[in-house]
Design a protein around this ligand. Structure first.
Ligand SMILES: NC(=O)c1ccc[n+]([C@@H]2O[C@H](COP(=O)([O-])OP(=O)(O)OC[C@H]3O[C@@H](n4cnc5c(N)ncnc54)[C@H](O)[C@@H]3O)[C@@H](O)[C@H]2O)c1
Length: 291
């Protein structure tokens, strides 16, 4: 028996790179998969391709079940029709993997408003909208008295966790996805939904030019995503993992460090002295990528 036998899984941006590897890995564990991909170029511009259909063919050729969805997950219509495709085709939905996205890298001083909006939209809104529609379905299931063992796996990035020079828009969107993950985990646990995030690293078209030294391939990241998306990960929610090659790391996030309480209001000079003392006791932050 595969780890995901009987489950229905959506993978956004499943036509290429990491999403394709996730879709194939879920199918290999017995899931029926909705492969979403808008088929855009590296910067989000239309490319005329339909990679989701190719991945569906690959899954079927291997004896699995899959259906393609070619909509834009960052639109209300695209996100709603994506969830509807799972329900209309297979009658259920168990796992949503939010993965689609693209880059528009520029130094902040040169970053245009369009490049800011496009990247915030595809990653942050492109996570929120499918999540919202999926959770509405699962809440209705839970309220109808049916057992829900639902999973959402979001995709953040080292850029979102540590910062990355030349990726201000992307780092902000990916950091936002961590906040969204924490809130979604806290709000939806009562309906039987678990929400986690991964920060992957693998050679894909997105990284081959910028981070030529990456060793891992997408297929190395997918096993963790499949486990997080399966019933076997019961009890794991609101967590962030890094995955690259054969390495899996649990990320430990912001938490209070050295602290001082005057019991009243500081003057600016006093606040500065206190902050300096506390900084001397605190751990140095990790390096921003690209510095
Ligand atoms: N490759 C890495 O090392 C790496 C590192 C950190 C984070 N990530 C993240 O992993 C995810 C996958 O990246 P990848 O490297 O596989 O990139 P990729 O370009 O190979 O694949 C992304 C896919 O998303 C699709 N897509 C883009 N916009 C879409 C939209 N609006 N609706 C539906 N589909 C859309 C594209 O057509 C493409 O097929 C992204 O969120 C990326 O930011 C990747």
């Amino acid at each position: 028996m595969g780890l995901c036998e009987g489950r229905v899984v959506i993978v956004t941006g499943g036509g290429r790179g990491l999403g394709r590897a996730h879709a194939l890995a879920f199918a290999a564990e017995g899931a029926r998969v909705v492969v979403n991909d808008l088929g855009v170029g590296l910067d989000g511009a239309a490319s005329g391709e339909s990679p989701a259909g190719r991945v569906v063919e690959e899954i079927r050729a291997a004896g699995g079940e899959a259906v393609a969805h070619g909509g834009d997950i960052a639109t209300g219509e695209g996100a709603a029709s994506l969830i509807a495709t799972a329900l209309d085709t297979y009658g259920r939905l168990d796992t949503l993997v939010n993965n689609a996205g693209f880059l528009r890298d520029r130094m902040l001083v040169n970053l245009g408003e369009d490049d800011w909006d496009a990247v915030m939209r595809v990653h942050l809104k492109g996570h929120f909208l499918p999540l919202r529609h999926a959770v509405a379905h699962w809440r209705a299931e839970a309220k109808a008295g049916r057992e829900v063992s639902a999973r959402i796996v979001n995709t953040t990035s080292g850029a979102g966790l540590s910062g990355s020079v030349g990726q201000g828009n992307y780092a902000a969107a990916k950091a936002g996805i961590v906040g969204l993950t924490l809130v979604a985990a806290a709000e939806t646990g009562r309906y039987g939904v678990q929400v986690n995030a991964i920060a992957p690293a693998a050679r894909t078209r997105m990284t081959e030019q910028v981070f030529a030294g990456l060793e891992g391939v997408p297929e190395d990241v997918s096993p963790l995503v499949v486990w997080l998306g399966s019933a076997a990960s019961a009890g794991v929610t609101g967590r962030v993992f890094e995955a690259e090659g054969g390495r899996i790391t649990v990320m430990e996030g912001w938490r209070p460090g050295p602290t001082a309480d005057k019991g009243g209001r500081w003057t600016p000079a006093e606040a500065g002295e206190a902050a300096s003392r506390l900084l001397a006791e605190a751990e140095e932050p990790g390096a921003v990528y690209g510095t």
